[in-house]
Design a protein around this ligand. Structure first.
Ligand SMILES: O=P(O)(O)OC[C@H]1O[C@H](OP(=O)(O)OP(=O)(O)O)[C@H](O)[C@@H]1O
Ligand SMILES: O=c1cc[nH]c(=O)[nH]1
Length: 173
């Protein structure tokens, strides 16, 4: 198997720092913003961006995690609706995920977010955009664009779940 590191720990930190600054700049601050991380690694990325935003703006941004399995259109198994444990009514939601690929996960997250209230706006932040969309979905904030072939796999590892921070691209057996 061929494996290449695309982002190491330092590069990942720099990408997240830049994205956090872009969020602040585009929204002219972070008033009314709520970060919503798509489980599993989107949750950790959202928490890290909230910490980076706090360093710059000095305020705690609201940050939540969302399990989107119930709204996926590509699973045979039916998942129960998760507990709706926060509201996005009239908020600017920033959805956060690790990899944007076909766009099915984000579509499910957009369907799910409707259950959390009527957001004023939804933006999307992803650590990696690898292309190959099957739906008209694009990210507002991208850590790194990684042109990939459909046979390749992007693996995001994070200290919180995997003991280390890195993004790799793998090809073959
Ligand atoms: O744009 P898409 O084609 O939907 O792919 C992107 C999703 O795929 C991965 O999740 P995966 O379903 O592998 O689960 P994981 O988050 O538990 O790794 C990744 O974390 C994204 O959420
Ligand atoms: O390569 C891929 C495709 C979808 N999700 C990932 O995490 N990696």
């Amino acid at each position: 198997m061929e494996k290449k590191i695309i982002l190491d720990e330092d590069a990942m930190r720099r990408s997240l720092t830049r994205m956090s600054h872009e969020i602040i700049e585009r929204n002219k601050g972070v008033d009314n913003i709520v970060l919503v991380g798509i489980k599993t690694r989107g949750e950790f990325l959202a928490l890290r961006m909230a910490a980076l935003i706090k360093k710059v703006e000095g305020v705690e941004v609201e940050c939540h995690a969302m399990n989107i399995q119930a709204w996926r259109d590509d699973l045979d198994e039916k998942y129960p609706l998760p507990e709706i444990d926060f509201s996005v009514k009239d908020k600017k939601v920033i959805l956060v995920d690790d990899v944007l690929f076909k766009g099915r996960t984000v579509r499910a997250a957009l369907e799910g977010i409707l259950h959390y209230g009527r957001a004023k706006e939804v933006q999307l932040a992803v650590l990696v955009d690898r292309g190959h969309r099957e739906l008209p979905i694009r990210a507002d904030y991208v850590g790194k664009n990684i042109p990939s072939s459909i046979q390749e796999t992007i693996r995001v590892k994070m200290k919180e779940s995997d003991g280390m921070d890195c993004v790799t691209i793998e090809r073959g057996e």
